[in-house]
Write a protein that binds this ligand. Structure first.
Ligand SMILES: Nc1nc2c(ncn2[C@@H]2O[C@H](COP(=O)(O)OP(=O)(O)OP(=O)(O)O)[C@@H](O)[C@H]2O)c(=O)[nH]1
Length: 199
């Protein structure tokens, strides 16, 4: 991906039910990979990826959180200070849509008021098993100030578009500063079983 100028750092967090496809979306975006048997995330995993949109370069610092309920209490560490959040559900699983709405409520209550929030209805390649209509999700997103896209980490549909749209929506005056409060590395984070990656 093209990069130019001093990058604007943007902490981005992915939240959503276990198995919705958070890690798969990140792996598709950062490495162009997809695995049919993706391991469940333990704790969280960190990735970074830089994109150029129009005149600016955005360096996403991506926290891929674990969807299992037992990790719920860790989530504030990852969404605190984030400028963007992707809330992921699985279009074939209506419980995951319910869970996504709970994450939206939590972010609205706890997160930054300037947070750019995206709702991703993932696994759009499984449309024949669909349980959540796109219209319903679109309406919900509009009513709650999110933008909505259906994605497929498997086919890559709308994955780059999702991250580029977030980059476009970020407030332009974001100062370049080191991420505070937590040590960010480009290596594997303690408590994760996933490879971290690359800037
Ligand atoms: N068909 C299809 N399968 C997908 C897609 N995205 C993810 N999967 C599969 O869904 C399963 C769960 O994907 P993950 O990326 O691990 O989901 P997650 O949200 O990170 O799950 P946790 O780490 O448990 O929170 C894996 O078997 C993936 O291969 C998709 O777009 N289409």
């Amino acid at each position: 991906m093209a990069t130019s100028g001093t990058p604007m750092q943007a902490k981005l967090v992915l939240l959503g039910d276990m198995g919705a496809g958070k890690s798969s979306l990140v792996l598709r975006f950062v490495k162009g990979q997809f695995f049919d048997f993706q391991e469940s995330t333990i704790g969280a995993a960190f990735f970074s990826q830089t994109v150029a949109v129009n005149d600016i370069t955005v360096k996403f610092e991506i926290w891929d959180t674990a969807g299992q309920e037992r990790y719920h209490s860790l989530a504030p560490m990852y969404y605190r200070g984030a400028v963007a959040a992707i809330i992921v559900y699985d279009i074939t699983n209506s419980d995951s849509f319910t869970r996504a709405k709970k994450w939206v409520q939590e972010l609205q209550a706890q997160g930054s008021s300037k947070l750019v929030m995206a709702l991703a209805g993932n696994k759009s390649d499984l449309a024949s098993k669909r349980k959540v209509e796109a219209e319903e999700a679109q309406k919900y997103a509009e009513a709650n100030g999110l933008f909505f896209m259906e994605t497929s980490a498997k086919s890559a549909q709308n994955v780059n578009e999702l991250f580029y749209e977030i980059a476009r929506k970020l407030p332009r005056a974001q100062p370049v500063q080191p991420s505070g409060g937590m040590v960010l590395t480009d290596g594997t984070v303690a408590g994760t079983n996933k490879s971290s990656c690359c800037s």
